[in-house]
Design a protein around this ligand. Structure first.
Ligand code: CUA
Length: 295
């Protein structure tokens, strides 16, 4: 698609320069030379001219059409694929979830192996979103009740920014994600780490783990990456402490911002689905300790 863009740019620039040069030349060469000066030669009807200015644009547009269709075929993943996708990406108001074939579920950061083309299935859990990682793939709408497929590919390992590209409600602007492309071995290691449960909570975190269940946090949030609540109502919290951002990029993952999510979620990200938890200060501290223990 970048190649098509460059080609269109060069052709359009050439046409612009030719037309602009003609306009400038004509305005100077055929300018008014005062009263009584003879008019330049007028042309009324010229088959040669008509043919040239019809055929040349027709050839250009036909050429671009062929090049564009070819690029679209190369870019598009098969839409009714019989292959199981290597990655399922689900848009929620307002966060992204990635599900891997072996049951691992990731929120926020989507990890992929670099230098391999992945077939990704894009879904939505609520309204229409649009998955867009500009460096890695085309845009693809996430439509409720419908499966769409894209190729996702990173040539080199690295972290690539992505965002929702279809207005989907109050926090559309904070529906960011990152694609972390890694070498095959470190991707496999990441998958294995995710599948492992976090270490058992200790100290005050034990009380937090209990509150997590009694305060019904677990109704919406899973704390293990594998075997997550399905369909997930809230983001998966497995290995939450190892994440860099919270709320799809709205804040860094610091104890202060995590505490704000626990005590006043609507201040952390207005409009999100998390209800007011009405925790006491001690309960919030215990829950925070538990969430921070999810390394
Ligand atoms: Cu999701 Cu905009």
């Amino acid at each position: 698609m970048a190649g098509v863009f460059s080609l269109v740019l060069v052709i359009a620039a050439t046409v612009f320069l030719v037309v602009a040069a003609g306009v400038v030349y004509s305005s100077i060469r055929y300018r008014s030379r005062g009263l009584g000066a003879p008019e330049p030669k007028q042309i009324f009807g010229s088959r040669k001219l008509e043919v040239v200015w019809t055929v040349v644009p027709l050839l250009i547009v036909t050429g671009l059409f062929i090049v564009t269709v070819r690029a679209m075929v190369l870019i598009d993943a098969p839409q009714n694929s019989t292959h199981p996708p290597e990655l399922v990406i689900i848009g929620h108001q307002w966060w992204w979830e990635a599900r891997y074939p072996d049951g691992v579920v990731a929120t926020g950061d989507i990890h992929i192996p670099a230098s391999r083309r992945l077939l990704a299935r894009i879904e939505s859990a609520d309204v229409i979103h649009d998955f867009w990682a500009p460096d890695l793939a085309r845009k693809m709408d996430a439509v409720p009740g419908r499966w769409s497929y894209i190729w996702l590919e990173a040539d080199t390992p690295g972290t690539y920014a992505g965002t929702c590209s279809e207005f989907c409600g109050a926090q559309h602007a904070w529906m960011r994600f990152r694609v972390v492309a890694e070498t095959e071995p470190s991707f496999e290691a990441w998958l294995q780490r995710q599948a492992q449960p976090s270490l058992a909570p200790r100290g005050i975190a034990v009380e937090g783990a209990r509150l997590f269940q009694t305060r019904k946090c677990g109704d919406c949030h899973a704390v293990t990456a594998a075997g997550a609540v399905s369909p997930a109502k809230g983001p998966n919290l497995a290995h939450l402490a190892s994440r860099e951002f919270l709320g799809s990029g709205i804040s860094r993952n610091t104890p202060e911002s995590l505490m704000l999510w626990l005590t006043n979620p609507q201040a952390a990200k207005p409009g999100n689905r998390m209800p007011d938890t009405k925790l006491s200060a001690n309960e919030a501290r215990a829950l925070l300790a538990y969430l921070e223990s999810l390394q």
